[in-house]
Design a protein around this ligand. Structure first.
Ligand code: NI
Length: 256
């Protein structure tokens, strides 16, 4: 069975055929999906999906691109909604320094607030981090560490950085990028992360794996990611599928 630990099925790119895509996933052996919010509006649409579909769980939080207008009232709202029975994580939140105009201090402020909220609610946190390794590490270290504290999603740094986040208790999630020919770092990390800390994700509709690269992604494509990981790690596809499924259940505190 396959667990997609990070998807955005409330994205408008699924408006035409969302129901059909979601109901087709069981044919691809996908049995659980965490839909991840990126702003306060998608917190609501994410919860609506989790209410509608048994196999969909919710992560609620605000992505660095959505924090420009964030307020403490939003933190209060997230705190209240975290009690919803399908909420399994806070996120995605984090730091993105890649060509972004939102000041770094503002990003660090709202990232810290969401880390503290996750810790307070005893939920794992889903972290987005791009071109911001050092600040992400320092902020995480200060606000929320421990076994299963969270996930560094779409991990884009090297092995040394992976080691540092693993040492803080974090899991590493990889998706379509590991199948790209030129993704040397992601391939190295996929081979390096200990078997009990590795997760798979789509980040759909983005980042479709080879041979579907460039098309709209969905959880049905995770087989390509698992095949590549199995090859890189020298284990069977079944083996890594099972390990990543069990890891996701443990991290999100769901029964296998
Ligand atoms: Ni995402």
């Amino acid at each position: 069975m396959i667990f997609d630990t990070h998807a955005h099925y409330d994205d408008s790119r699924f408006d035409e055929d969302r129901e059909a895509v979601l109901t087709s996933l069981s044919c691809h052996n996908v049995s659980r999906v965490v839909n991840v919010a990126a702003d306060m509006e998608s917190v609501r649409t994410t919860l609506a999906l989790a209410d509608k579909y048994d196999f969909i769980y919710a992560a609620i939080g605000v992505h660095p691109d959505g924090i420009a207008e964030m307020t403490e009232t939003d933190i209060e709202t997230l705190r209240a909604l975290s009690a919803h029975e399908k909420v399994v994580a806070v996120g995605e939140c984090g730091l993105d320094y890649y060509g972004r105009e939102i000041p770094r201090e503002t990003q660090i402020h709202w990232f810290s607030r969401q880390l503290a909220l996750a810790k307070e609610c005893d939920l794992p946190v889903i972290i987005h981090s791009r071109d911001a390794a050092e600040d992400t590490y320092e902020t995480v270290k200060r606000f929320y560490t421990g076994d299963g504290a969270g996930i560094i999603h779409c991990f884009s740094y090297g092995k040394e950085m992976a080691r540092q986040f693993l040492d803080l208790g974090y899991y590493i999630a990889l998706g379509g990028v590991v199948t790209f020919k030129n993704s040397k770092k992601a391939k190295e990390v996929a081979a390096y992360v200990p078997e009990d800390r590795l997760l798979i994700e789509t980040d759909c509709p983005y980042l479709a794996p080879v041979p579907k690269r460039g098309t709209r992604n969905d959880s049905g494509n995770l087989g390509y990611v698992l095949d590549t990981m199995a090859e890189l790690r020298g284990v069977s596809r079944k083996h890594i599928e099972r390990a990543t499924y069990e890891n996701a259940c443990r991290l999100y505190r769901l029964k296998v």
